[in-house]
Design a protein around this ligand. Structure first.
Ligand code: MTE
Length: 374
């Protein structure tokens, strides 16, 4: 049965079954915490309806005490913990990567595969300490309850993070999002939240946690979310040795451009990966480019987006506006989108470029290297 999702009427679905989509960009940055009706949705299989009363989370693999918990037991046994974390898909901004060279068979995300929320649950660290992690264990695997079809087989969606990351206390087993029980489409009754990591590791409809020596062999870990050089094709890809994605990179996007009496107001979001935070966003405009520093609407925080805005002088139709962010480790975005192109279209964090006042169709035809998703 298809589970209905509660999204705003202007939510843009890139795919209906299973549902994948996000809000228009101007709406995306309306609030620091994205309301559930606007929160982007990334699903690989049909949305499962997990019965809250029969739900059990099992902890197995390399632990001294394999155990299982109901939702109530998780709440009673472990201290509640609340965090703010931004989720961002590794495929965010894929559409502008595919304007360089096609990225077949993947969801054509614009810049909206990202959202921010308050999450409440318990710390994974507490649960792992209760189960007692064996010395050999190096990775923590999450498995969801959704059956997905990949490479001709049916698998439960899953993936792992290094044990060191799992023990940093901020990785959450969350049952609330923005002070409400998790919505079905966002993982009810329980999901993992791994701040600063690609969204794929924040496994929804979480049913199993396994402690492993090696990273997960789940197809969504071993045969997806890996980064290949630009000259690798799907035919030549060596999945086993490819870079396994984990921490997100620094990124920024322009989400709204408004003409105001004294110039042009440009607004957007910026993110940093791992435990880094966004420290600066520069907005370039005109040809040759002149730069202006944006001011932030949100405080800095690890793995949390910062919305920004800046007033630039009046521009002529067709003039370039671009954004680049810097994080607390002095990383910045690459200028050239070609240098980060890969056949899966992951981790596109090149400068975001748009042309002032041009409808996206014109830009697409005239200048394929310019990102047209506004
Ligand atoms: N968990 C399960 N069980 N199934 C999924 O398809 N998609 C992942 C992750 N967790 C997924 C999942 C991906 S790729 C992303 S980007 C985030 O969930 C998206 O979370 P959201 O749909 O709540 O925005």
């Amino acid at each position: 049965m298809v589970v209905p999702v509660n999204k705003n009427s202007d939510f843009i679905f890139h795919q209906e079954t299973p549902p994948n989509g996000g809000p228009p960009l101007a709406r995306l940055i309306e609030k620091f915490a994205t309301p559930v009706q606007n929160f982007f949705l990334r699903t690989h299989g049909d949305i499962p309806e997990v019965n809250r009363s029969t739900f059990r989370l099992t902890i197995a693999g390399l632990v001294k005490r394999p155990c299982e918990f109901t939702l109530a037991e998780l709440g009673e046994r472990f201290p509640a913990k609340a965090i703010v974390a931004t989720l961002q898909c590794a495929g965010n901004r894929r559409s502008s990567a595919s304007a360089i060279k096609p990225v077949p068979n993947e969801v054509r995300w614009g810049n909206e595969a990202i959202s921010n929320a308050g999450w409440k649950g318990c710390s994974l660290t507490d649960v792992l300490q209760f189960a007692g992690v064996d010395d050999q264990a190096k990775h923590v695997e999450f498995v969801g309850a959704d059956r997905c079809s990949k490479e001709g087989t049916e698998v439960y969606f899953g993936g792992s993070i290094p044990l060191d990351r799992a023990l940093q206390r901020d990785v959450l087993l969350a049952w609330e999002m923005n002070d409400r029980p998790l919505a079905t489409e966002h993982g009810a009754p329980l999901r993992a939240i791994v701040p600063g990591y690609i969204g794929a590791r924040s496994v929804k409809w979480l049913k199993e946690i396994n402690l492993l020596i090696e990273p997960s062999k789940n197809l969504y870990h071993a045969h997806a979310y890996r980064l290949f050089p630009s000259d690798t094709s799907s035919a030549s890809a060596d999945w086993e040795h490819a870079l396994e994605l984990g921490e997100l990179s620094v990124n920024s996007c322009i989400c709204a451009i408004e003409e105001v009496p004294n110039g042009v107001l440009v607004k957007g979001y910026a993110t940093a990966g791992g435990n880094r935070h966004v420290v600066r966003v520069d907005i370039g405009f005109g040809e040759p480019l002149k730069w202006r520093e944006a001011s932030f609407q949100d405080p800095p925080g690890p793995g949390i987006w910062r919305r920004w805005e800046v007033l630039i002088p009046k521009l002529l139709v067709g003039e370039i506006i671009c954004a680049r962010a810097w994080d607390s480790a002095a990383n910045t975005q690459p200028e050239d989108p070609e240098s980060v192109w890969n056949f899966k279209g992951y981790m596109n964090n090149a400068w975001h470029r748009v042309r002032f006042g041009m409808p996206w169709e014109d830009v697409k035809v005239a200048k394929p290297e310019i990102d047209y998703y506004l």
